[in-house]
Structures are given as C-alpha cells and as structure tokens.
Ligand binder design. Structure first.
Ligand SMILES: [Zn+2]
Length: 58
C-alpha cells in the first residue's frame, strides 16, 4: 500500500495542498525532506521524526 503525507495536516497553518506519495515509508520521507526545503525548512532529524507521525496509508 502506498504511503502519503498531506502537507496541510503536518502544518495546518499552511495553505499548501501538496500530497507527498511514496511506495515505502523511506520513500515518502525522502519526498518530505525535499518538500520541507520548498517551504524553506531545514529537514532536521527532529522535523522528520515529527513528520513520520503524519504518514498515512493511501
Ligand atoms: Zn507543503
């Protein structure tokens, strides 16, 4: 089952409707790392740990 992260759930104050998809948890986290940079955020281990909690099955 594919994994997804809804950007707007991770950061409710953001109006971003980006959905990060990946075949595995590793893949979706890699996508989140890149997407964090698009928001000007440094994808620290702490940030990614927090983002992990928002991974959903598609
Ligand atoms: Zn976003």
């Amino acid at each position: 089952m594919a994994k997804v992260i809804h950007c707007c759930k991770v950061n409710p104050s953001s109006t971003c409707d980006h959905v990060i998809r990946g075949a595995t948890e590793e893949e979706v986290l890699e996508g989140a790392r890149k997407h964090a940079r698009e928001h000007g955020l440094e994808p620290t281990p702490e940030l990614l740990e927090m983002v992990k909690g928002f991974i959903e099955d598609e």
